[in-house]
Design a protein around this ligand. Structure first.
Ligand code: SAM
Length: 227
């Protein structure tokens, strides 16, 4: 868990962010501003505790000029749907951490939930957002620096897996193959950005896998059979 320990230095962090992710051409300034406005408009969809965190995270991102965090993190409406889908699921795996907004929202969503979140890349601003929640929340999140297509966990049974990686079809398929065997019977595999015109890889992977499931908002939900 990387949440505890040394406090981050906002000055140094700001320089790092400026180099790596600030309003990059990949996102574009307009895209970031639109994403920020959308997030503010949607904040009311979130449960109170998660809304408090998301509001502080947005403000921190603006202060750090971390436009990529705003653009790339699941928006509040999607998070609210995800939290509803995961009600009562206490052992959750997330594939695709980025700066940790959705992992933190998942931990805040249920007081007894444990979240293992995987990302091959460590993003420099992550620590700043983790410091917005208390240690009891941070301690329930395990950050794993590695691909979602690997399964280094010793935990045999997982209640749900949230797939939100780079959306390339081979990665999404790899995540399914790696984790479907670890799910408990009745467990959920939830894929973000299903049907999104900019992330066709998710739909392509689900078609190729011939998964039978349901669409809920921007998610595809597959349930592991009970027999
Ligand atoms: C859309 S962002 C995740 C956003 C995050 N779930 C949220 O809503 O706050 C996608 C992340 O997937 C990560 N990623 C790319 N390939 C991956 C892989 N093979 N396994 C896990 N994560 C991956 C990227 O580094 C990036 O941080």
């Amino acid at each position: 868990m990387q949440g505890g320990g040394r406090r981050f230095d906002p000055g140094t962090l700001h320089q790092k962010v400026s180099r790596v992710s600030l309003f990059t051409s990949a996102t574009g300034r307009t895209g970031v501003v639109l994403a920020a406005v959308r997030s503010v408009v949607q904040l009311g969809a979130l449960p109170r505790r998660v809304r408090g965190f998301y509001t502080r995270a947005l403000w921190t991102a603006i202060r750090l000029r971390d436009g990529f965090a705003i653009w790339s993190s699941a928006p509040p409406k999607d998070l609210a749907t995800l939290l509803r889908l995961l009600t009562g699921r206490l052992n959750v795996v997330e594939l695709g951490t980025h700066v940790g907004w959705s992992a933190t929202a998942l931990a805040l969503g249920e007081p007894d939930r444990r979240v293992h979140t995987f990302d091959p890349r460590r993003w420099p601003t992550q620590r700043a957002y983790l410091e917005l929640v208390t240690a009891d929340v941070r301690d329930r999140i395990t950050f794993v620096e590695g691909s979602g297509t690997d399964t280094p966990l010793s935990t045999a049974s997982v209640d749900a897996v949230f797939v939100d990686t780079n959306h390339r079809p081979e990665v999404v398929e790899g995540c399914f193959h790696a984790w479907s065997g670890r799910l408990v019977p009745g467990g959920l595999m939830i894929f973000h950005d299903f049907g999104h015109p900019r992330h066709r890889g998710v739909t392509e992977a689900i078609d190729r896998l011939r998964l039978d499931g349901s669409t809920v908002g921007r998610f595809f939900v597959w349930t592991k059979s009970v027999d």
